[in-house]
Design a protein around this ligand. Structure first.
Ligand SMILES: Cc1cc2nc3c(=O)[nH]c(=O)nc-3n(C[C@H](O)[C@H](O)[C@H](O)COP(=O)(O)OP(=O)(O)OC[C@H]3O[C@@H](n4cnc5c(N)ncnc54)[C@H](O)[C@@H]3O)c2cc1C
Length: 320
């Protein structure tokens, strides 16, 4: 290992750390002997941060309803002034991107974004998919550290190391001035049944081939019967058939389920970049030349309005 220390911004959510945070911690500990986590909010995350590889947890404390971007960037900048790591890894979430941008301005250091791979090759090397994931660009920082790296979800596996709870060190925020005045006034948690799209073992996604919005119910029913989650192509999100939270792809969610079933989806590169890491891909499309078949493990050339109801019937009869 040529890297000495990495810090990982780990985001709290509902009393736990987010899955992407745990993915970053898990990978960081394979790259550097010293891994520290940086977090905020009420709750004690030392045990979970330690379990996934952090030896130190910098705790910024309860932000009292403030948007995390400004205070977390300020606290990180103060920590860096006292001793910088090789790099700071940040999840590619809304708050993560806000923190990264503000930290970049405070430290006058660039940010590498959209990262899906990190290696130690005599220094930190990052990998970035481009052209819809058909090419991978490698990059590294030059100049003084620390590098700021924003990493996409599902780039690494979240694996506990069995480590002891991280040693907690308070990380003060300091004066923020006008930048610290933005407050969270309301939080909306979207209702859902079944597992989260990003974590579901089975994802059934629908596309424009469904024909009309009402037909998405078939996708939802198949997903429910398979204890999975329902996803979508951007075409039907843009058409207003389903909310954006269902979108899989370059500008949506990245999923890596055991089984991904694409129903009436052509397989544009922007869609495939978000699901091609799935273990088994099943595609239902009436066009035998649809690009999705190039990455499908099982291709069904047929009308989704016939194949999906037959699948649903088969699943129902299996359950009864
Ligand atoms: C910057 C950028 C970002 C993007 N980000 C995303 C993203 O994150 N996610 C995403 O999905 N897209 C994204 N897109 C859009 C992407 O390029 C495609 O336009 C989109 O994925 C197409 O969706 P679709 O496959 O549902 O529709 P279409 O491409 O129209 O495909 C519909 C498919 O359904 C098949 N079909 C039609 N009728 C039936 C039937 N009865 N039975 C079976 N099959 C049938 C057709 O043969 C066709 O293959 C992005 C585009 C850009 C430019």
């Amino acid at each position: 290992m040529t890297l000495n220390a990495l810090w990982v911004v780990v985001e709290p959510a509902n009393g736990s750390l987010t899955t992407t945070s745990l993915e970053l911690l898990s990978h960081a500990r394979t790259l550097a002997p010293s891994v520290a986590a940086v977090t905020w909010g009420p709750g004690d995350h030392a045990a979970q941060a330690g379990e996934y590889g952090a030896s130190t947890l910098y705790a910024i404390g309860d932000l009292a309803g403030a948007l995390p971007g400004a205070p977390v960037a300020a606290a990180l900048a103060a920590l860096v002034a006292a001793g910088a790591p090789d790099a700071i890894l940040i999840p590619n979430s809304y708050d993560g991107r806000d923190i990264a941008g503000r930290l970049s301005a405070r430290l006058d250091r660039p940010v590498l974004t959209n990262v899906t791979g990190l290696l130690d090759e005599g220094g930190l090397v990052s990998e970035h998919p481009i052209f819809g994931g058909t090419q991978v660009v490698r990059a590294h920082f030059t100049g003084e550290g620390p590098g700021i790296v924003v990493v996409r979800a599902k780039s690494f596996a979240a694996e506990p190391s069995g480590g002891a709870p991280a040693a907690v060190t308070a990380a003060p925020v300091g004066a923020l001035g006008a930048t610290g005045t933005a407050m969270i006034t309301a939080t909306h948690i979207e209702e859902r049944q079944g597992p989260k799209l990003e974590e579901a073992p089975v994802v059934v996604s629908g596309g424009r081939g469904l024909g009309e919005s009402g037909e998405y119910a078939l996708v939802e029913e198949a997903a429910r019967l398979l204890n999975g989650a329902a996803g979508a192509s951007r075409a039907i999100v843009d058409a207003g058939w389903v909310p954006y939270s269902h979108q899989v792809g370059q500008t949506g969610k990245t999923v890596k389920p055991t089984v991904y079933i694409a129903c009436g989806i052509s397989g544009a590169t922007q869609h495939m970049v978000g699901m091609k890491g799935s273990k088994n891909i099943v595609a239902i499309n009436k066009d035998p030349d649809a690009p999705i078949f190039q990455i499908a493990d099982l291709g069904i050339v047929g009308d989704v309005h016939k194949v999906l109801p037959a699948l649903i019937e088969a699943l129902k009869s299996r359950a009864s």
